[in-house]
Design a protein around this ligand. Structure first.
Ligand code: 5GP
Length: 222
């Protein structure tokens, strides 16, 4: 779909913003696909989570995550500032509630890169959200990708593979799954999902169907 078609759709129908959830075991190629998706849809907002884990090299506070002390995270949690939160690999992660709700209200689509626990909680709270699970093409390929990163020892890779196995059992709870064999192909599928979800009539809050020309004349608009 080209840009002018997208514009025409928004002229016709005013809809709420869509929450897209993308979950994937580590090593599945999620980061590359998110980049591609955002290049295709620059208007797609990316939810920035809060976390208690330390900042990795190259990560920027406020862009990749809000890096918080455990105490601060607990305060926000108690105040109900998270749409969901979960403990992942010994650290806490939470999706800020306000930007999410603002996006839905303003008709701005937003992408959440969260784990399976978070996806379940978001779907329970916002049933209209769209959840997508990214699957590695095979165990052998996942093993190869994790090893190729060269950042983790054998024991960590083994643990990641065990985690991936239990995470993949959750595919069935997601709305869509995408097997990431090839970036171009997966990106194409992700874009189709975005387009199809944007075209669903149940999301439309208000239709803007202009009066026909003779009705305009009767209304004195010509
Ligand atoms: P990492 O620490 O490698 O950036 O992320 C570890 C895992 O935490 C990933 O699976 C990521 O999707 C997940 N994650 C990141 N932010 C959130 C969040 O706000 N909530 C939940 N539930 N998971 C998150």
């Amino acid at each position: 779909m080209n840009k002018s078609m997208a514009r025409k759709t928004t002229d016709l129908a005013r809809r709420e913003g869509i929450i897209f959830i993308l979950s994937a075991p580590s090593g599945t190629g999620k980061t590359t696909l998110i980049k591609g998706l955002r290049a295709a849809y620059p208007e797609l907002r990316l939810s920035v989570s809060c976390t208690t884990r330390g900042r990795r090299q190259g990560e920027v506070h406020g862009r990749d995550y809000y890096f918080l002390e455990s105490k601060k995270f607990a305060v926000l949690k108690a105040k109900g500032e998270f749409a969901e939160w979960a403990k992942v690999h010994d650290f806490f992660y939470g999706t800020p509630r306000r930007p999410l709700e603002q996006s839905v209200r303003l008709g701005q689509d937003i992408l959440l890169d969260i784990d399976v626990q978070g996806a379940r909680k978001i779907k329970r709270k916002y049933p209209q959200a769209v959840s997508i699970f990214l699957v590695p093409p095979s165990w052998r390929e996942l093993q190869r990708r994790l090893a190729r990163r060269g950042t983790d020892g054998e024991e960590i890779i083994r643990r990641r593979l065990v985690n991936a196995r239990s995470e993949i059992r959750n595919i069935i709870k997601y709305d869509y799954y995408v097997v990431n064999r090839q970036v171009r192909e997966s990106l194409g599928l992700l874009k189709s999902i975005v387009e199809a979800e944007r075209a669903k009539t149940f999301r439309v809050k208000r239709w803007r169907i202009e009066p026909l020309y003779w009705q305009q004349r009767e209304l004195g608009h010509d």
